[in-house]
Design a protein around this ligand. Structure first.
Ligand SMILES: [Cu+2]
Length: 73
């Protein structure tokens, strides 16, 4: 199936928190694991994605959330 969206970028900023849980972000389904600097925006380039949800987790598989990919209107 061909992705319908365009490549995108996600920006994450880790704010003054030195917990190891916020040190890394992992988007396993995209094969992305990125270390996040403190108080500096980190830009993560994403490939073209199909509408749906992309799960992200911390590097230790504890914290999690989703990036929602919405269809183009
Ligand atoms: Cu963690």
């Amino acid at each position: 199936m061909r992705p319908r969206s365009s490549p995108a970028r996600a920006e994450r900023r880790r704010r003054g928190d030195h917990s190891p849980c916020t040190r890394e972000i992992v988007l396993a389904s995209l094969g992305i694991r990125r270390e996040l600097p403190t108080n500096v925006p980190a830009v993560i380039d994403l490939p073209a994605l199909s509408p749906g949800e992309i799960e992200f987790k911390c590097g230790m598989n504890m914290l999690r959330g989703v990036i929602v990919v919405e269809p183009r209107t």
